[in-house]
Every structure is written in structure tokens, then in C-alpha cells.
Design a protein around this ligand. Structure first.
Ligand code: FAQ
Length: 309
């Protein structure tokens, strides 16, 4: 082992942060980059199901709040693309990989948002799951990723409340509204649980990620945390999670759950979900249609280079 590797191992052992200028094993760099890429694209593609409802928000207030949330998600994508740049991958290259189908994004965003109750379910469940994952990632070993997560988590907790507030209104509204809230919970429950990835035993990257402290808790640990937090929230709403086996287990001190449909999960991850084609096509079109904005920004930056603006 040379002195560079020893210094890297020391950073990990002492729970310090690996910074962009530190030496790091090539495998570590690629590992963080892969996860950050997946995360960045998730934030940006995740804007689409909600964007679809902006023009149909039921009040000016709900529209303002949803708009602010979607803008935050675009911002999270930008922080994460910047993290990827510190690891040597340009934003352009990342977008090319996304468009070529080589880069992943979270499975959850390949499910459709059918009505306003889905805006509630996405904020409550999808952002709720994202928070559980991202609070843990605040302690990840790569410095820029860790610091990005601190700010992202503050905004995500507002997003979760935005969703829960919608669910609360609908669950306490008319009979039809309550049914819509229950239907949204029914459709989003299992896909939200699968956001945490495959079971630990089937997770290809987990053991290395845990060894290098990129991930601080495993997929199953985080998923269980989310279930334990969320089931009482559903009960408070007067809604029922769509899993007859989801019952408190005195022995384990956790809620049980039914087995997941991993065939569906892998189909969605590998491009065959209900909205995969639509999401990518939309991203490509927006990217191409707005090329002039990037061109103008680059031209302006060149023109003002060296001057104080
Ligand atoms: N979807 O070995 P593992 C938000 C892939 S949205 C798609 O367990 P790992 C804000 C995985 O990439 C959520 N692919 O992998 C928002 C790998 O593929 P590869 C954003 C998945 O990395 C809310 C393969 O399966 N947050 O925040 C999924 O150790 C509302 C093997 O899996 C993140 O993305 C999946 N669900 O653990 C915005 C968190 N699960 O690379 C709008 C960051 C697994 O071999 C609206 N990511 N895969 O081709 C992570 O924490 C991790 O990457 C995991 C997976 C936990 C997702």
C-alpha cells in the first residue's frame, strides 16, 4: 500500500471527508459518480410528473407551493451535477448518458401522476422516502455530496409537508376526495418502498458502498425506517396502506410487510415501466428546444470573461 492509499484509508477510518483534491481509488471515484449520477437525474426527471399538474392546481396557493417545490428539485439536480463535475464528469456528458439510456434515475418517476391526489402522495411518500435516504447520505464520505445533502434535506422536509398537507385536506374532504387519497396511496405505496433499491442480499454495490462509507445504512434498513415512520402517518390520515401484512411486530419492533414485486421493479429500472419512454422523450425535447438558452449563457460568459459582473 502506498502513502496515498494509506491517507485515503485513514480518512475513511476516521470518518473524515474525501475532498475533490484528495487522492482516491479510481473505483471509489466511479462508485460515487455512479450514485450521484443516478441521484441527479432522479431530481430532474422527478420534476416531470409534478410539472404536469402545475396548470391544473386547484388554487393559487397550491400552485405557488408546487411551483416552488419543482424549482427546488431543479436546484437539487444542479447541486448534484456540480458534485459530479468535481469527480471529473461534465454535465454535458451526464446528459448524453441519460439520453443514451446508459444512466439511471429513480424507478418511481416512471409511474404516472393521474390526478391531484397524486401530488399529495408524491410529496408525502416519494419525498418522504427521499428524506430518509438523504438524511443518511448527509454522512456520506465524499465531502461535496455530503454537504449538498444537508441543504437538500432542509428543502425536502418542506416538500414532504406540502404532500402531507394535500393528503390531509383530501382525506378530511368529501367522500370522493378521501377515495382519491386512498387510491393514490394504493398506487404509490409499493413503488415508493422500491425506491430504496433491491434487498441487501441482491444489492450489487452495497458492500463496497458501506466499506467506503458512501452509504451509511443499507437499502433494507432505510426502507424499514421509512415504513415505520409512514404507517402511523397513514393511520392519522384515516387511510390504509395497501398491504394486509403490514402490521406492527412486537418481537422485531418494526412493521412487517409483504414481499415486493421485484420483477416489476427491474422492468421499470431497465426501461420498461409505464412512463419510461415518455419521461426520456420529454427530457430530450426540452433539452433540444432550449439549446439556445445554453448557447446564449455560454456566449455571455465568454463576452464578460475577465470583467467583474
Ligand atoms: N431506481 O446495488 P444497488 C428525490 C439500481 S428522488 C432506479 O442497491 P446502490 C427528490 C442502482 O442504481 C430520489 N435504479 O445500488 C424528488 C444500480 O444500478 P447500476 C433520488 C435503482 O447504488 C422527490 C442497481 O439498481 N434519490 O430525491 C433503484 O448501492 C419527488 C443495483 O442496486 C436517490 O436517487 C431505483 N429505485 O443503491 C424529486 C438516492 N434502486 O448503477 C421529485 C441516491 C437501485 O448498477 C419529486 N441513490 N437501482 O446500473 C441511492 O441512494 C442508491 O443509488 C440507491 C441504490 C439506494 C438508489
Amino acid at each position: 500500500m502506498d502513502k496515498f492509499e494509506a491517507a485515503f484509508n485513514d480518512i475513511i477510518a476516521k470518518d473524515l471527508k474525501v475532498e475533490p483534491r484528495d487522492w482516491m481509488p479510481e473505483e471509489y471515484r466511479k462508485h460515487v459518480l455512479r450514485q450521484v449520477s443516478q441521484h441527479a437525474h432522479s431530481e430532474v426527471i422527478g420534476m416531470q410528473p409534478e410539472g404536469n399538474w402545475l396548470l391544473r392546481a386547484p388554487s393559487l396557493r397550491s400552485k405557488q407551493v408546487l411551483l416552488a417545490k419543482i424549482q427546488d428539485e431543479g436546484g437539487h439536480g444542479l447541486y448534484l451535477y456540480s458534485v459530479a463535475e468535481t469527480l471529473g464528469m461534465s454535465r454535458e456528458e451526464m446528459i448524453n448518458q441519460l439520453h443514451a439510456g446508459k444512466a439511471k434515475y429513480s424507478s418511481i418517476f416512471n409511474y404516472p401522476a393521474l390526478n391531484w391526489a397524486d401530488m399529495g402522495a408524491i410529496g408525502w411518500l416519494v419525498d418522504g422516502a427521499a428524506i430518509v435516504n438523504q438524511v443518511s447520505l448527509q454522512k456520506t464520505s465524499y465531502g461535496p455530496y455530503s454537504r449538498g445533502m444537508v441543504r437538500i434535506c432542509k428543502e425536502e422536509s418542506f416538500h414532504q409537508r406540502q404532500g402531507y398537507e394535500i393528503m390531509l385536506h383530501m382525506a378530511r374532504g368529501t367522500k370522493e376526495q378521501k377515495e382519491m387519497a386512498q387510491d393514490a396511496l394504493n398506487r404509490f405505496w409499493f413503488p415508493s418502498l422500491m425506491m430504496f433499491g433491491p434487498h441487501d442480499a441482491d444489492s450489487a454495490h452495497s458492500s463496497k458502498a458501506m466499506e467506503w462509507k458512501i452509504k451509511r445504512e443499507s437499502n433494507d434498513q432505510l426502507r424499514q425506517k421509512f415504513i415505520d415512520k409512514t404507517v402511523p402517518q397513514a393511520e392519522f390520515l384515516g387511510l390504509t396502506v395497501p398491504d394486509p401484512n403490514c402490521k406492527w411486530n412486537e418481537t422485531t419492533g418494526h412493521y412487517d410487510h409483504s414481499p415486493f414485486n421485484w420483477d416489476e421493479f427491474w422492468a421499470v429500472v431497465n426501461g420498461d415501466g409505464p412512463c419510461n419512454t415518455e419521461r426520456l422523450d420529454h427530457h430530450k425535447k426540452a433539452h433540444n428546444d432550449n439549446a439556445w438558452v445554453r448557447d446564449a449563457a455560454v456566449a455571455y460568459a465568454k463576452k464578460t470573461e475577465g470583467s467583474l459582473v
